[in-house]
Design a protein. Sequence first.
Length: 374
Amino acid sequence: MKIVIVCYPTFGGSGVVATELGLYLSRKGHEIHFITYKQPVRIQNLTPSLHFHEVHVPTYDLFKYQPYELALSSRIVEIVKKYKIQLLHVHYAIPHAYAAYMSKKMLEDEGISLPMITTLHGTDITLVGSHPFYKRAVQFSINNSEYVTAVSHSLKEDTERLFDVEKPINVIPNFIDLSKSNDTGKTIDKHVVASKDQFVITHISNFRPLKRIIDVLKIFEKINKKLDAKLIMVGDGPEKLKAKSYCKSNKLDKDVLFLGNSNEVDQILSFSDLFLLPSEQESFGLVALEAMIHKVPVISTETGGLPEVIENGYSGYLCPVGDINLMADKAIFILEDSDRHEKFKNQALESCKKFDINNVIVYYEKMYSKAIKN
Ligand code: GMT
């Protein structure tokens, strides 16, 4: 099949899912065309079955806001015609679903009919999309997609609660490549960040307020009072300065390392002992799955889609949002006994098996075939 994937090219979960999906499909022989404003961070090499088309937005002084949707929809039309594309798969409703719908209409005018699938990821629904300023346009584009998918049952319920959705929402969970668990291509060793006997605790996110970064630091502080540990903070975003200043005021500087955005996430996770994800909201929590594939148990919150990913008391623990004492207690409980830690590590890996990329992607492929046939 010849498929266009529209996504954000950055480190965010929706971009990672879209990129991994496209890479996998191209390896299976489909022709994949990414359309976005920058080459997606996880794509290293382009091949004859893997293309990237950049969206350029010329700046013009008259515009306070440059019209990205306009440039994107024109680019989609151009690529669809040039490569005889059969299907559009857009990730993250805003503004991708809206722009894709406009392209569909422009193509219809030229006698080309193109099915469109929209995958909802989370904040496009729960945080931004349902805002009264955007809601109508998001609802319209969801209802005008041939198929709509959500990454968890929780997100499906949120979408049905927040919007008047006329389309059935298909839940297709995020996925993971199980072969990553045998990945030996380590380029960073634990000794670079911690000593042999120290525990390495990791957090990876875009440091937005809903990630509750200060909770990460407070949980770590409590753990570190009992067990010798280092905290690795990977990512970048609006709460980073606040987090750094918390570390300074609370004398955590020497035990907390801020690494910034990284393409070495798998290597960092492969020597991590525990992952902290105390988010206020998370429709899936892909990063938890990325930790678990490297046998890293996760301490997280019982919110959104997280209980669909992390099994409480098996691959980690789920606690009420903001309950830093309980999260620290659970972390210490896992780490303080090496046999127990080992058991949780193995269970974390075991939990990933139901998200095997080889099984999950078949659902997308079946949907693509149906959409193209109709
Ligand atoms: O987590 C983020 O802030 C990034 C965001 C995105 O849209 O890139 O992630 C959302 O999509 C991910 C992939 O499906 C999910 O794993 C995340 O849980 C979801 N984030 C939220 O719901 C806050």
